[in-house]
Design a binder for this molecule. Structure first.
Ligand SMILES: [Zn+2]
Length: 409
């Protein structure tokens, strides 16, 4: 079924909007243009999961990016699994990117070589500008690449505050303390503060954590665990533990004092039982002044994530990644979010890509389709006018992320 005239009209109006992309993993552009690209660059990221689940072995997947193997041979490895995953939302973003940037209607036996040639030809300085700014109207993209040295004002970094407390080796090598000697828990927390102050001065606008199960922070128990870990390099501390609970809590407090947004991955990834959005509730209650940017609508716990937005003034709901997890889910989530939460709380788009910058466009097309579908239905039911609906899209794509992250644009 083709989108009707109303959906098309909404889509076209949204295509003219300036956009703040609310989450990427894009690194400096030179990393992309210095790498050899081909059709498999479009399958280097989330589609990996689909290919492995379809039965592709990990070594075969890795060989897709091995340019010493002829492209034809790699295509033959890929082809049977591509047939199985090509109708999914991840694959659609790749197909849309191939159509838009390389005039390749379908990725198949007769096009993979030409697509690869065209991608390599276009892999030149300015590709971020051409894809993100010129094609997508993206004026700023929040990115997490583990560095504030992103090389362009188009990218606004967020920095991780993950604490791997499993061993002293891991803990003492966390980026926030990697360049300092830490001899006590208080020492460690002070190093975290210096790190937050430094990355902020380098342009970072937020910190990133995950919605693991966190216990109530207890400084004494955390200090005991810290000292034990430091004294015994062989010691292994399982998750969850009081040290991690305390450090995560301190990081939120410090980030908030320093004016950073706390971005939180919720749901889907690996053993996603450890990433239930509901794990965040004690943190939301303890840190009333913090601003929590809750990512991904907690898939598959969509209603749980929505309820965080419903019940807590310090929560924003970020639809990054959702439209390529499943367009059905994103449509349902947005429709319910409009029923549930103030319109100032919705951040509607984040591509969530790293090397395959072209797929940001594919994802954005899917996001616009989802929004148009939801809003057109509401307009037809007489719940909102078309101009009011477009006013909402402007808030979701621009005003809300600009305000939440205090972006100077
Ligand atoms: Zn991400």
């Amino acid at each position: 079924m083709q989108p009707d005239a109303l959906e098309t009209s909404l889509y076209d109006a949204m295509a003219a909007l300036d956009i703040i992309d609310c989450h990427e993993h894009l690194g400096p552009e030179k990393d992309r243009v210095e790498s050899q690209v081909d059709v498999f660059t479009l399958f280097s990221h989330y589609t990996r999961g689909d290919l492995l689940v379809a039965g592709m072995s990990e070594p075969d997947f890795r060989s897709l990016s091995d340019h010493d193997i002829p492209l034809q041979r790699r295509w033959e490895l890929f082809r049977p699994y591509w047939q199985e995953i090509r109708w999914g939302s991840y694959a659609r973003a790749a197909l849309l990117a191939a159509q838009k940037f390389y005039e390749i209607d379908d990725i198949n036996d007769s096009t993979f070589e030409l697509l690869s040639e065209r991608m390599q030809q276009a892999n030149t300085p300015g590709i971020y500008q051409r894809v993100l700014a010129d094609t997508c109207n993206i004026r700023a993209a929040l990115t997490q690449c583990g560095s504030t040295d992103v090389g362009t004002p188009l990218l606004k970094p967020l920095m991780p505050v993950f604490f791997d407390t499993r061993s002293w080796e891991f803990l003492s090598n966390e980026p926030c303390v990697a360049d300092t000697e830490v001899s006590s828990l208080d020492n460690y927390v002070e190093a975290v503060r210096r790190y937050v102050v430094r990355v902020k001065s380098e342009g970072a606008v937020g910190l990133k954590m995950v919605s693991n199960p966190y216990g109530t922070p207890n400084r004494e128990e955390a200090a005991a665990a810290f000292d034990a870990l430091r004294a015994d390099s062989e010691m292994y501390l399982a998750d969850p533990n009081p040290l991690k609970d305390y450090l995560a809590d301190q990081a939120i407090a410090i980030g908030t004092e320093e004016g950073m947004v706390i971005a939180v991955h919720t749901g889907y990834w690996g053993d996603f039982r450890q990433l239930d959005p509901l794990h965040m509730i004690p943190m939301l209650q303890r840190h009333e002044k913090a601003k929590f940017d809750i990512y991904h609508l907690g898939y598959p716990w969509m209603r749980e994530a929505l309820m965080l937005g419903k019940g807590f003034p310090n929560v924003w709901l970020n639809f990054c990644w959702t439209h390529i997890i499943s367009q059905r889910f994103a449509v349902a989530g947005l429709d319910e979010a409009i029923d549930l939460v103030p319109m100032s709380k919705i951040l509607i788009f984040g591509g969530d890509y790293s090397m395959a910058v072209e797929k940001v466009y594919g994802h954005l097309v899917m996001a616009r389709e989802d929004i148009a579908e939801v809003l057109a239905r509401r307009i037809r039911r007489g719940l909102i006018s078309e101009s009011q609906a477009l006013e909402l899209t402007r808030k979701w794509f621009w005003d809300n992320p600009k305000d939440l992250y205090s972006l100077d644009l």
